[in-house]
Unconditional design. Structure first.
Length: 59
């Protein structure tokens, strides 16, 4: 009976997996939220108020 030795995955595979995960996170973070138009119409919030809220939450 021959023992099967598992070779570790090359470093390139790990790098590509990590790079792909970062790409997915960055793309998801850059997509616009489609509810802004709904919020603005229902609550009477202006684009400037949304911008100020974003700046305030980031600070």
């Amino acid at each position: 009976m021959v023992a099967m030795v598992r070779r570790p995955a090359p470093r390139r595979t790990g790098f590509l997996a990590a790079a792909g995960a970062f790409l997915v996170v960055f793309v998801a973070g850059a997509t616009p939220i489609p509810l802004y138009g709904t919020y603005r119409a229902e609550n009477g919030i202006t684009d400037a108020e949304f911008s100020l809220a974003a700046v305030r939450s980031a600070a």
